[in-house]
Design a protein around this ligand. Structure first.
Ligand code: NAD
Length: 363
């Protein structure tokens, strides 16, 4: 049976980089390697222009019915002053909320050809392949109370609440262990159990979950030490699972080990369906709509194509094909092709569609 993909290119360079994924899907279907049915909707500013909202109910229904949502980017100066609840980002937030996407996956992969673009030494980052699994819907960003109170004596008091229930920790840890099973079979769970009760519970549940995965090596690491180790010796990690706050910080630090924003894919996953076992999922590049370069045909499509490769791997179990797409990306970089954002001396600068075509040719 055909797999249903719902494409939401969004705004700015979103449409340009999504076009490369559409070409890739058409190629894979024509080669008989996949059987994808695609439908395309509007999100962000383009949805606002058409419907006055950041995503229409009809498109939301399609996103809910799809096997995976492939998302480009939203936003731009044109919509900077629209009402708060219909601003472009509201479309992405509604997708995350309605699809109940609680697990954010941020890989940090260092392509050998770009190792010299990292702020760390080549030998520390070359061949790096880390996956950070961040809890996305709980913790201190959402816990109540969350307030600033005036104490009336010239002082104010600010409170954020770090709160996790065991089921939230259990399900995100299971995502991490499941994914580690498809990789190098190592999970680090990161928290601050030395000073935080939520960390004590986090660690207790992580250890419980680990017992269900005897073939995966499990290690605990304090979040501050994890930050230090990420810049000292990042290749010691495979999968890191952590909460919303620490994940926000650690995933940005890990991402920058590898260089440009135009290279970074991500995925957000929901709970498995009790009947089919399939998870709702949304795949998107980490970067935004890049209005400064939109319409010029120079955007780097690699983050978008690598996000699609994550969909192959994590939504459809097409691990070998995902490996081939990632190898094709590495191959064009090795051959010296570069989009403007990652241009290096001695390399050949190519446009968005030349880069997309070169990756397909490598396949
Ligand atoms: P941005 O990520 O769009 O751009 C930052 C810089 O990186 C720009 O100089 C841009 O040209 C460059 N860049 C980003 N992606 C690139 C690519 N694929 N190839 C080449 N260069 C690339 O962030 P910003 O400028 O802070 O935000 C622009 C708009 O995007 C804003 O409206 C913002 O709200 C929105 N935004 C959306 C998302 C999203 O859709 N998930 C994420 C971040 C920002």
């Amino acid at each position: 049976m055909a797999h249903k993909l719902f494409l939401l290119p969004g705004d700015g360079i979103g449409t340009e980089i999504m076009a490369e994924v559409e070409t890739l899907i058409a190629h894979l279907n024509a080669e008989g390697l996949t059987d994808f049915e695609t439908d395309t909707g509007l999100v962000g500013g383009s949805a606002y222009d058409a419907y006055g909202v950041a995503i229409s109910d009809a498109d939301m229904e399609k996103a809910l019915a799809a096997d995976a949502v492939i998302f480009g980017a939203v936003g731009g100066p044109k919509w900077d002053n629209v009402a708060y609840d219909v601003r472009p980002e509201a479309g992405l937030l509604r997708l995350r909320k309605d699809l109940k996407l609680f697990a954010n996956l941020r890989p940090a992969i260092c392509y050998p050809a770009l190792a010299d673009a990292s702020s760390l030494k080549r030998e520390l980052v070359e061949g790096l392949d880390i996956l950070i699994v961040r809890e996305l819907t709980g913790g201190v960003y959402f816990g109540e109370p969350k307030e600033i109170t005036d104490l009336g004596n010239g002082q104010k008091r600010a409170v954020d609440t770090q709160v996790y229930e065991s089921y939230e920790i259990d399900r995100i840890c299971r995502v991490a262990f499941d994914l580690a099973g498809t990789r190098r079979k190592l999970v680090h769970s990161s928290d601050k159990k030395n000073v935080m009760k939520s960390g004590v519970l986090w660690d207790e549940i992580a250890h419980q979950v680990a017992k269900d995965y005897p073939d995966i090596t499990f290690k605990h690491i304090l979040a501050d030490n994890c930050a230090m180790q990420l810049v000292r010796n990042p290749k010691q990690f495979d999968v890191i699972v952590t909460d919303n706050l620490f994940g926000d910080i650690l995933s940005d630090a890990a991402a920058m080990l590898t260089g440009s924003l135009g290279m970074l894919p991500s995925a957000s996953l929901g709970a498995p369906d009790p009947v089919t076992g399939k998870r709702k999922a949304l795949y998107e590049p980490v970067h935004g709509s890049a209005p400064d370069i939109a319409g010029k045909g120079v955007a780097n499509p690699i983050a978008m194509i690598a996000s699609f490769a994550m969909a192959l791997r994590y939504s459809f179990g097409m691990v070998e094909l995902a490996d081939r797409v990632e190898a094709a990306i590495a191959g064009v970089l090795d051959a010296g092709l570069r989009s403007a954002d990652i241009m290096q001396e001695g390399c050949r600068q190519v446009s968005t569609d030349e880069m997309g075509a070169a990756i397909i040719a490598r396949l």
